[in-house]
Structures are given as C-alpha cells and as structure tokens.
Ligand binder design. Structure first.
Ligand SMILES: Nc1nc2c(c(=O)[nH]1)N[C@@H](CN(C=O)c1ccc(C(=O)N[C@@H](CCC(=O)O)C(=O)O)cc1)CN2
Length: 282
C-alpha cells in the first residue's frame, strides 16, 4: 500500500501555527511584511503569486503585491529591491521566477538582502545551507524535509536519489538530504543509466520538468517518492514528473500533484517570513 502524502493538510496545519505567531508579533507592534514581485504575465506564475498573497492574508502577513509589465528593465527591478532592502518595515522580499529573458535572474537574486531573502536563493544563504548552518532555505526542498518529519521518515543512512540539479530544487535538496545524513546521488538530463540509479533509491526526489516521466520501472518497492513536477499534459491537466497511477501501489510513500509539494513550498515561504519578522525583535 502506498501512503499518499497530503501537502494541503500539512501546509494548513503549519499555517495555523504561523497565524498564532503573527498575532504575537502584532502584539509587539511588528506587522510581518512580505514583498512579492511578479514581472510579466506568465499564467502559472500568476497562480503561484495569488496563492502566496492569499496564504499571507490568511496568516496575517502584510503582502505587498507588486505586478510589473513584461517590458520592465533589470535596473527598475534592482531599484525596487534596493528600496525594500532599506525599508525596516519589510521582512521578506521575493521575485517570482522565471523572469522574462532580458532580465538576469542571478543579478536579481543576488540583489535581495540575504536577511530578507525568504526564498533562500541568495548565494550567502546557499552557503549557509552547504555549511549546515541554514538561515533561510529554498522553500520547495524545505517543504519536502517537513514531509519527512511529519511522516516519521528517517533519512539517516538512506540511499537518496535526486533527479534534477536546479538551483531552486535539485542542488539545495541534495544539500539538505546530506545534512540529514542520507547518502545522496544527484542525477540530471545527461546521467547515464538513470533508471538503474533511481531503482536503488530509498528516497527518490523527482524534479526533472518532464510530465509523468518517472514510472514504476524507476521505483524500488516501498521507496519514498517525492514529485516536484508541475506540468500540463496534452489534455491540459496538471500532472507531476511522476506517473502517479503507475507508481501508486509500488512506492511506500508518494506525493500527489496537485496538493503535494506545491502547498508546502508556500507554507515554508510563510514560515521564513515569520522567522525573519521574529528576528527583527532582537
Ligand atoms: N521566487 C520563486 N519562484 C519560484 C519558486 C519559488 O520557490 N520562489 N518555485 C516555483 C513555483 N512555486 C513557487 O513560487 C510554486 C509552484 C506550485 C505551487 C502550488 O501550490 N501548486 C499547486 C497547484 C497550482 C495550480 O493549480 O496550478 C499544487 O501543487 O497543489 C506553489 C508554488 C518556481 N518559481
């Protein structure tokens, strides 16, 4: 039997706790505040940003929702970031990715103060993660580690395979698993014998960006399978990188898409915003 890990339920529980922490902050005259910047009209990004501002509202975080046209220049975004870096009433800043092609994502990510980088993407925060002294973590891998906690999955000594090496998911996921004493293999589009490597995994994290790519042949009986994918199939249905129907029944644990990793990404963003606001008390 496969346990389906419910990201909606877990994220709800986390957000309820965050609401109490936000209330406590307000009692101490701190209004947790998060700047969310969306550049352009990407429909998926619009959904994610709407989910973020909605979650912030539910918790009692003041979301400053900034929508900019596709034609916005890099300099304009850098000016905006500089303004909010200097604003003491703002605790978190994020710029939704991907950005339009004419904007350098690395320059934007690096312009956000590491102390307001609620996405955990700044190289300073990546460095803290790799030193196992984290300040803010990339939200998707952070949310996946919360799943392990919730479902009592001890990764110590386990064979963990990460498919994908992006800065947002694959690399930080590998670091988090390593920090938690797993034996980690990172694979990617040029990996040879991917199926054979994946089949050895006790924990398989799939972030390859190809709809329903991983089927039961890639999965060891009883493995924990985490699906980070977010794709539309030919019928327009939202599907993950894992073929859910094929893997369900073989995996021990499996995250669905939707209602798996996605809501946890948002919950971790909210958590890090509250944590930064709490730090401002000291
Ligand atoms: N600045 C950032 N940009 C991006 C990040 C990020 O962490 N920070 N991650 C991804 C997208 N992402 C967060 O922004 C994200 C993706 C999906 C979901 C989510 O809740 N998905 C729902 C389904 C939504 C739908 O109906 O389409 C689910 O899985 O249930 C939240 C956040 C890239 N960019």
């Amino acid at each position: 039997m496969t346990v389906i890990m419910n990201g909606n339920e877990l994220s709800k529980k986390i957000k309820e706790n965050l609401r109490l922490r936000a209330t406590k902050l307000k009692e101490q005259n701190i209004e947790p505040s998060l700047v969310v910047v969306l550049v352009g009209e990407d429909p998926a990004s619009q959904v994610y940003v709407r989910n973020k501002t909605r979650a912030a509202e539910q918790i009692g975080i003041n979301a400053i929702d900034i929508r900019l046209p596709e034609t916005t220049t890099e300099a304009e975004i850098l000016d905006l970031i500089a303004k909010y870096n200097a604003d003491e009433t703002v605790h978190g800043i994020l710029v939704q990715l991907p950005l339009p092609k004419h904007i350098n994502e690395d320059r934007i990510t690096q312009a956000i103060s590491p102390l307001k980088d609620v996405d955990g993407f700044h190289p300073v925060n990546m460095g803290h993660l790799f030193m196992n002294e984290p300040l803010a973590l990339p939200c998707t891998p952070h949310g996946i580690m919360e799943f392990f906690k919730e479902y009592n999955i001890d990764v110590t000594g386990k064979n963990a395979v990460v498919i994908g090496r992006s800065n947002i998911v694959g690399r930080p996921m590998a670091a988090l698993l390593l920090n938690a004493n797993a034996t980690v293999t990172v694979t990617h589009s040029r990996t040879q014998n991917l199926k054979e490597i994946a089949r050895e995994a006790d924990i398989l994290v799939v972030a390859i960006g190809r709809g329903e790519f991983v089927d039961a042949d890639y999965v060891k009986e009883g493995a924990v399978v985490i699906d980070v994918g977010m794709n539309r199939n030919a019928a327009g249905k939202l599907v993950g990188d894992v073929d859910f129907a094929s893997v369900n029944g073989k995996a021990g644990y499996l995250t669905p898409v939707p209602r798996g990793v996605g809501p946890m990404t948002i919950a971790m963003l909210m958590q890090q915003t509250i944590e930064f606001a709490e730090r401002s008390l000291n």
